[in-house]
Design a binder for this molecule. Structure first.
Ligand code: SF4
Length: 363
Protein backbone atom coordinates (compact mmCIF):
# COMPACT_ATOMS: atom_id res chain seq x y z
CA UNK A 1 0.00 0.00 0.00
CA UNK A 2 1.42 3.41 -0.88
CA UNK A 3 1.82 6.33 1.51
CA UNK A 4 -1.24 8.14 0.17
CA UNK A 5 -3.49 5.11 0.73
CA UNK A 6 -2.20 4.76 4.30
CA UNK A 7 -2.76 8.46 4.89
CA UNK A 8 -6.33 8.03 3.68
CA UNK A 9 -6.91 5.27 6.24
CA UNK A 10 -5.34 7.30 9.06
CA UNK A 11 -7.60 10.25 8.25
CA UNK A 12 -10.82 8.21 8.13
CA UNK A 13 -13.58 9.34 10.50
CA UNK A 14 -14.32 5.76 11.67
CA UNK A 15 -12.03 2.77 11.82
CA UNK A 16 -13.30 -0.76 11.35
CA UNK A 17 -11.50 -3.86 12.58
CA UNK A 18 -9.62 -4.30 9.33
CA UNK A 19 -8.37 -0.69 9.43
CA UNK A 20 -7.18 -1.12 13.00
CA UNK A 21 -5.35 -4.36 12.31
CA UNK A 22 -3.60 -2.62 9.44
CA UNK A 23 -2.74 0.54 11.40
CA UNK A 24 -1.43 -1.39 14.40
CA UNK A 25 1.22 -2.88 12.13
CA UNK A 26 2.51 0.42 10.73
CA UNK A 27 6.23 1.15 10.82
CA UNK A 28 7.97 4.47 10.34
CA UNK A 29 7.50 6.79 8.55
CA UNK A 30 3.77 5.92 8.45
CA UNK A 31 3.72 5.17 12.19
CA UNK A 32 5.18 8.62 12.91
CA UNK A 33 2.44 10.16 10.79
CA UNK A 34 -0.22 8.30 12.79
CA UNK A 35 1.24 9.51 16.10
CA UNK A 36 1.49 13.09 14.88
CA UNK A 37 -2.13 13.06 13.73
CA UNK A 38 -3.22 11.72 17.15
CA UNK A 39 -1.20 14.39 18.95
CA UNK A 40 -2.98 17.11 16.96
CA UNK A 41 -6.37 15.57 17.81
CA UNK A 42 -5.48 15.50 21.50
CA UNK A 43 -4.60 19.18 21.51
CA UNK A 44 -7.72 20.13 19.54
CA UNK A 45 -10.34 18.08 21.42
CA UNK A 46 -8.90 17.21 24.86
CA UNK A 47 -6.91 20.42 25.27
CA UNK A 48 -3.29 21.41 25.38
CA UNK A 49 -3.01 20.61 29.08
CA UNK A 50 -1.52 17.58 30.80
CA UNK A 51 -3.13 16.50 34.06
CA UNK A 52 -1.28 14.92 36.96
CA UNK A 53 -2.73 12.48 39.51
CA UNK A 54 -0.82 11.42 42.60
CA UNK A 55 -0.93 7.61 42.81
CA UNK A 56 -1.24 6.15 46.33
CA UNK A 57 -0.83 2.36 46.36
CA UNK A 58 -2.30 1.96 49.83
CA UNK A 59 -2.26 -1.85 50.09
CA UNK A 60 -0.83 -4.77 48.12
CA UNK A 61 -3.09 -7.36 49.73
CA UNK A 62 -5.19 -9.12 47.09
CA UNK A 63 -7.56 -12.07 47.15
CA UNK A 64 -7.01 -12.90 43.49
CA UNK A 65 -4.48 -14.84 41.49
CA UNK A 66 -4.25 -13.31 38.02
CA UNK A 67 -1.60 -15.33 36.22
CA UNK A 68 0.46 -12.30 35.10
CA UNK A 69 0.51 -10.27 38.31
CA UNK A 70 3.38 -9.97 40.78
CA UNK A 71 1.16 -9.24 43.80
CA UNK A 72 -1.20 -12.22 43.25
CA UNK A 73 -2.17 -13.92 46.48
CA UNK A 74 -0.18 -17.07 45.68
CA UNK A 75 3.04 -15.03 45.73
CA UNK A 76 3.73 -16.00 49.30
CA UNK A 77 7.24 -14.55 49.46
CA UNK A 78 6.00 -11.00 49.01
CA UNK A 79 5.78 -8.79 52.07
CA UNK A 80 2.23 -7.51 52.35
CA UNK A 81 1.47 -4.00 53.58
CA UNK A 82 -1.42 -1.75 54.37
CA UNK A 83 -0.90 1.98 54.92
CA UNK A 84 -2.69 3.14 58.05
CA UNK A 85 -5.28 5.91 57.77
CA UNK A 86 -2.88 8.59 58.99
CA UNK A 87 -0.35 7.66 56.32
CA UNK A 88 -3.02 7.84 53.59
CA UNK A 89 -4.25 11.21 54.86
CA UNK A 90 -0.73 12.59 55.07
CA UNK A 91 -0.03 11.46 51.51
CA UNK A 92 -3.26 13.02 50.26
CA UNK A 93 -2.31 16.27 51.97
CA UNK A 94 1.15 16.02 50.42
CA UNK A 95 -0.49 15.72 46.99
CA UNK A 96 -2.46 18.88 47.58
CA UNK A 97 0.61 20.75 48.84
CA UNK A 98 2.58 19.60 45.78
CA UNK A 99 0.01 21.08 43.40
CA UNK A 100 -1.85 17.93 42.40
CA UNK A 101 -5.57 18.40 41.83
CA UNK A 102 -6.33 14.73 41.95
CA UNK A 103 -5.26 11.45 43.55
CA UNK A 104 -5.72 7.76 42.75
CA UNK A 105 -6.24 5.29 45.62
CA UNK A 106 -5.11 1.91 44.35
CA UNK A 107 -4.97 -1.49 46.07
CA UNK A 108 -5.29 -5.19 45.50
CA UNK A 109 -8.82 -6.52 45.47
CA UNK A 110 -10.64 -7.37 48.70
CA UNK A 111 -14.38 -7.57 49.22
CA UNK A 112 -14.58 -7.92 52.98
CA UNK A 113 -16.83 -5.62 54.99
CA UNK A 114 -13.78 -4.39 56.83
CA UNK A 115 -12.05 -3.37 53.59
CA UNK A 116 -15.04 -1.73 51.92
CA UNK A 117 -15.90 0.11 55.12
CA UNK A 118 -12.34 1.27 55.48
CA UNK A 119 -12.22 2.69 51.94
CA UNK A 120 -15.49 4.46 52.64
CA UNK A 121 -14.04 5.97 55.79
CA UNK A 122 -10.90 7.04 53.93
CA UNK A 123 -12.94 8.86 51.28
CA UNK A 124 -14.76 10.84 53.95
CA UNK A 125 -11.59 11.60 55.88
CA UNK A 126 -9.62 12.69 52.80
CA UNK A 127 -12.35 15.12 51.79
CA UNK A 128 -12.51 16.52 55.33
CA UNK A 129 -8.73 16.72 55.59
CA UNK A 130 -8.25 18.49 52.24
CA UNK A 131 -11.38 20.63 52.20
CA UNK A 132 -12.84 18.69 49.27
CA UNK A 133 -10.19 20.11 46.97
CA UNK A 134 -8.98 16.78 45.54
CA UNK A 135 -10.72 14.63 42.96
CA UNK A 136 -10.42 10.98 43.97
CA UNK A 137 -10.11 8.01 41.61
CA UNK A 138 -10.48 4.52 43.07
CA UNK A 139 -8.77 1.47 41.63
CA UNK A 140 -9.70 -1.32 44.06
CA UNK A 141 -10.88 -4.09 41.75
CA UNK A 142 -14.31 -5.60 41.27
CA UNK A 143 -16.87 -4.67 43.90
CA UNK A 144 -20.62 -5.23 44.12
CA UNK A 145 -23.01 -2.48 43.07
CA UNK A 146 -23.91 -1.57 46.63
CA UNK A 147 -20.26 -0.93 47.52
CA UNK A 148 -19.62 1.05 44.34
CA UNK A 149 -22.67 3.20 45.08
CA UNK A 150 -21.64 3.75 48.69
CA UNK A 151 -18.15 4.85 47.65
CA UNK A 152 -19.57 7.14 44.97
CA UNK A 153 -21.83 8.80 47.52
CA UNK A 154 -18.84 9.26 49.82
CA UNK A 155 -17.01 11.23 47.16
CA UNK A 156 -15.17 8.84 44.83
CA UNK A 157 -15.51 10.58 41.49
CA UNK A 158 -13.76 8.16 39.17
CA UNK A 159 -13.13 4.44 39.04
CA UNK A 160 -10.48 2.58 37.10
CA UNK A 161 -11.14 -1.11 36.40
CA UNK A 162 -9.05 -2.52 33.58
CA UNK A 163 -10.64 -5.24 31.50
CA UNK A 164 -7.03 -6.29 30.66
CA UNK A 165 -8.27 -8.26 27.63
CA UNK A 166 -11.70 -7.72 26.08
CA UNK A 167 -11.69 -11.11 24.33
CA UNK A 168 -13.40 -13.45 26.85
CA UNK A 169 -11.33 -16.41 25.68
CA UNK A 170 -8.06 -14.54 26.14
CA UNK A 171 -9.29 -13.21 29.49
CA UNK A 172 -9.88 -16.82 30.50
CA UNK A 173 -6.29 -17.72 29.68
CA UNK A 174 -4.96 -14.86 31.83
CA UNK A 175 -6.83 -15.97 34.93
CA UNK A 176 -7.52 -19.13 36.92
CA UNK A 177 -10.78 -20.67 35.75
CA UNK A 178 -12.66 -20.25 39.04
CA UNK A 179 -15.55 -18.18 40.34
CA UNK A 180 -13.22 -15.42 41.59
CA UNK A 181 -12.00 -14.60 38.09
CA UNK A 182 -15.08 -14.34 35.89
CA UNK A 183 -15.10 -12.19 32.75
CA UNK A 184 -18.86 -11.73 33.15
CA UNK A 185 -18.38 -10.30 36.65
CA UNK A 186 -15.74 -7.82 35.43
CA UNK A 187 -18.07 -6.64 32.70
CA UNK A 188 -21.02 -6.37 35.05
CA UNK A 189 -18.96 -4.25 37.42
CA UNK A 190 -17.85 -1.96 34.60
CA UNK A 191 -21.47 -1.38 33.59
CA UNK A 192 -22.52 -0.78 37.21
CA UNK A 193 -19.80 1.86 37.63
CA UNK A 194 -20.96 3.71 34.57
CA UNK A 195 -24.60 3.44 35.53
CA UNK A 196 -23.93 4.81 39.03
CA UNK A 197 -22.33 7.89 37.51
CA UNK A 198 -18.58 7.41 37.91
CA UNK A 199 -16.13 8.73 35.38
CA UNK A 200 -15.25 5.21 34.39
CA UNK A 201 -11.90 4.02 33.16
CA UNK A 202 -10.68 0.75 31.79
CA UNK A 203 -7.65 -0.48 29.88
CA UNK A 204 -5.72 -3.44 28.57
CA UNK A 205 -2.24 -4.91 28.57
CA UNK A 206 -0.38 -4.92 25.28
CA UNK A 207 1.87 -7.77 24.17
CA UNK A 208 0.34 -10.47 26.39
CA UNK A 209 0.91 -14.17 25.90
CA UNK A 210 -1.64 -15.58 23.40
CA UNK A 211 -2.74 -12.07 22.31
CA UNK A 212 -3.06 -11.28 18.60
CA UNK A 213 -3.14 -7.97 16.73
CA UNK A 214 -6.83 -8.65 16.04
CA UNK A 215 -7.38 -8.92 19.82
CA UNK A 216 -5.86 -5.45 20.23
CA UNK A 217 -8.06 -4.07 17.45
CA UNK A 218 -11.05 -5.57 19.28
CA UNK A 219 -9.86 -3.98 22.54
CA UNK A 220 -10.03 -0.56 20.89
CA UNK A 221 -13.49 -1.28 19.52
CA UNK A 222 -14.57 -2.51 22.97
CA UNK A 223 -13.47 0.76 24.61
CA UNK A 224 -15.34 2.75 21.98
CA UNK A 225 -18.47 0.63 22.31
CA UNK A 226 -18.35 0.79 26.12
CA UNK A 227 -17.99 4.57 25.74
CA UNK A 228 -15.20 4.80 28.28
CA UNK A 229 -14.30 8.15 29.91
CA UNK A 230 -10.67 7.37 30.69
CA UNK A 231 -8.13 4.72 29.79
CA UNK A 232 -4.88 3.39 31.22
CA UNK A 233 -3.15 0.85 29.03
CA UNK A 234 0.45 -0.16 28.78
CA UNK A 235 2.83 -2.91 27.73
CA UNK A 236 2.59 -6.26 29.46
CA UNK A 237 5.73 -6.74 31.57
CA UNK A 238 6.73 -10.02 33.16
CA UNK A 239 7.16 -10.77 36.84
CA UNK A 240 9.41 -13.66 37.77
CA UNK A 241 7.08 -14.97 40.48
CA UNK A 242 4.12 -15.56 38.17
CA UNK A 243 2.94 -18.58 36.18
CA UNK A 244 3.36 -16.57 32.95
CA UNK A 245 7.07 -15.98 33.45
CA UNK A 246 8.06 -19.12 31.58
CA UNK A 247 6.29 -17.79 28.46
CA UNK A 248 8.52 -14.72 28.22
CA UNK A 249 10.66 -16.02 25.37
CA UNK A 250 7.59 -16.55 23.19
CA UNK A 251 6.57 -12.89 23.37
CA UNK A 252 7.42 -9.91 21.20
CA UNK A 253 10.35 -7.97 22.71
CA UNK A 254 9.84 -5.03 25.05
CA UNK A 255 10.61 -2.52 22.31
CA UNK A 256 7.94 -4.04 20.08
CA UNK A 257 5.40 -3.99 22.92
CA UNK A 258 6.23 -0.36 23.59
CA UNK A 259 5.77 0.59 19.93
CA UNK A 260 2.43 -1.23 19.89
CA UNK A 261 1.43 0.68 23.01
CA UNK A 262 2.14 4.02 21.33
CA UNK A 263 0.03 2.98 18.33
CA UNK A 264 -2.81 1.81 20.62
CA UNK A 265 -2.78 5.19 22.41
CA UNK A 266 -2.73 7.09 19.12
CA UNK A 267 -5.56 5.06 17.60
CA UNK A 268 -7.72 5.35 20.70
CA UNK A 269 -7.13 9.11 20.78
CA UNK A 270 -8.29 9.38 17.18
CA UNK A 271 -11.34 7.17 17.88
CA UNK A 272 -12.28 8.85 21.20
CA UNK A 273 -11.06 12.40 20.88
CA UNK A 274 -12.01 13.92 24.24
CA UNK A 275 -11.37 11.11 26.77
CA UNK A 276 -8.53 11.07 29.29
CA UNK A 277 -5.71 8.68 28.41
CA UNK A 278 -2.88 7.95 30.85
CA UNK A 279 0.78 7.66 29.93
CA UNK A 280 1.38 4.65 32.18
CA UNK A 281 4.41 3.93 34.33
CA UNK A 282 4.96 0.65 32.46
CA UNK A 283 5.95 2.64 29.35
CA UNK A 284 8.73 4.23 31.39
CA UNK A 285 10.07 0.82 32.38
CA UNK A 286 10.92 0.09 28.76
CA UNK A 287 12.04 3.53 27.63
CA UNK A 288 13.34 6.31 29.92
CA UNK A 289 11.25 8.76 27.87
CA UNK A 290 8.26 6.41 27.78
CA UNK A 291 5.72 8.73 29.29
CA UNK A 292 6.88 11.70 27.20
CA UNK A 293 6.50 9.59 24.06
CA UNK A 294 3.06 8.40 25.18
CA UNK A 295 2.01 12.03 25.63
CA UNK A 296 3.33 12.78 22.15
CA UNK A 297 1.14 9.91 20.88
CA UNK A 298 -2.03 11.36 22.40
CA UNK A 299 -2.03 10.67 26.17
CA UNK A 300 -2.92 13.57 28.49
CA UNK A 301 -2.63 12.19 32.04
CA UNK A 302 0.41 11.27 34.14
CA UNK A 303 0.22 9.50 37.49
CA UNK A 304 3.44 9.89 39.51
CA UNK A 305 3.71 7.41 42.36
CA UNK A 306 3.50 9.32 45.65
CA UNK A 307 3.12 6.25 47.89
CA UNK A 308 5.49 6.57 50.90
CA UNK A 309 8.83 5.28 49.61
CA UNK A 310 9.23 2.51 52.19
CA UNK A 311 6.24 0.63 50.75
CA UNK A 312 6.80 1.05 47.01
CA UNK A 313 9.02 -1.96 46.40
CA UNK A 314 6.21 -4.24 47.60
CA UNK A 315 3.67 -3.10 44.99
CA UNK A 316 5.63 -5.10 42.47
CA UNK A 317 3.21 -5.80 39.65
CA UNK A 318 6.07 -6.54 37.23
CA UNK A 319 9.87 -6.69 37.17
CA UNK A 320 11.78 -3.42 36.95
CA UNK A 321 8.95 -1.14 38.07
CA UNK A 322 10.50 2.35 38.11
CA UNK A 323 10.37 5.16 40.69
CA UNK A 324 10.87 2.88 43.69
CA UNK A 325 12.83 5.55 45.53
CA UNK A 326 12.11 8.83 43.79
CA UNK A 327 10.08 11.49 45.50
CA UNK A 328 8.04 13.95 43.51
CA UNK A 329 8.22 17.40 45.06
CA UNK A 330 6.04 20.36 44.15
CA UNK A 331 5.01 19.76 40.56
CA UNK A 332 5.49 23.34 39.46
CA UNK A 333 8.90 23.86 41.05
CA UNK A 334 10.42 20.48 40.26
CA UNK A 335 12.59 19.79 37.25
CA UNK A 336 10.86 16.45 36.59
CA UNK A 337 9.11 15.83 33.28
CA UNK A 338 11.16 18.43 31.36
CA UNK A 339 10.04 17.22 27.91
CA UNK A 340 6.38 17.28 28.86
CA UNK A 341 6.65 20.71 30.48
CA UNK A 342 8.47 22.11 27.48
CA UNK A 343 5.91 21.02 24.91
CA UNK A 344 2.67 21.21 26.85
CA UNK A 345 0.86 23.21 29.48
CA UNK A 346 0.65 21.55 32.87
CA UNK A 347 -2.66 21.86 34.69
CA UNK A 348 -1.27 22.50 38.18
CA UNK A 349 -3.82 21.88 40.90
CA UNK A 350 -6.65 21.20 38.45
CA UNK A 351 -9.06 18.28 38.65
CA UNK A 352 -8.77 17.46 34.96
CA UNK A 353 -12.11 15.71 34.61
CA UNK A 354 -12.70 13.80 31.40
CA UNK A 355 -14.20 16.21 28.87
CA UNK A 356 -16.00 13.23 27.35
CA UNK A 357 -17.71 12.54 30.68
CA UNK A 358 -18.59 16.19 31.28
CA UNK A 359 -20.20 16.46 27.86
CA UNK A 360 -22.35 13.40 28.59
CA UNK A 361 -23.40 15.02 31.87
CA UNK A 362 -24.39 18.13 29.93
CA UNK A 363 -21.86 20.41 31.66
S1 SF4 B 1 -4.13 -7.93 38.72
FE1 SF4 B 1 -5.25 -6.94 40.40
S2 SF4 B 1 -6.80 -8.45 41.00
FE2 SF4 B 1 -5.27 -9.56 39.80
S3 SF4 B 1 -3.84 -10.37 41.32
FE3 SF4 B 1 -3.01 -8.40 40.62
S4 SF4 B 1 -3.77 -6.88 42.07
FE4 SF4 B 1 -4.98 -8.76 42.32
Amino acid sequence: MNMQSIRNIILKSHYDREDLVHLLQLRDPEKAELLEHASGIRKKYAGDQIYFRGLIEFSNICRKNCLYCGIRSAHKGLKRYNLNDEEVLETARYALDCNYGSIVLQSGELESKHFTGRVNGLLNKIHQHTGGRLRITLSCGEQNRETCLRWFESGAHRYLLRIEASNPELYGRLHPGDQKHLYSRRLECLYDLKDIGYQTGTGVMIGLPFQTIADLADDLLFMKQYDVDMVGMGPYLEHENTPFYHLRNLLPGHFERFQLTLKMIALLRIMMKDINIAATTATQTIDPSGRELAVDAGANVIMPNITPVKYRQYYSLYNGKPFINETFPDLEQSSDFPGIKLNNQIAYGEWGDSIHYLKKQGS
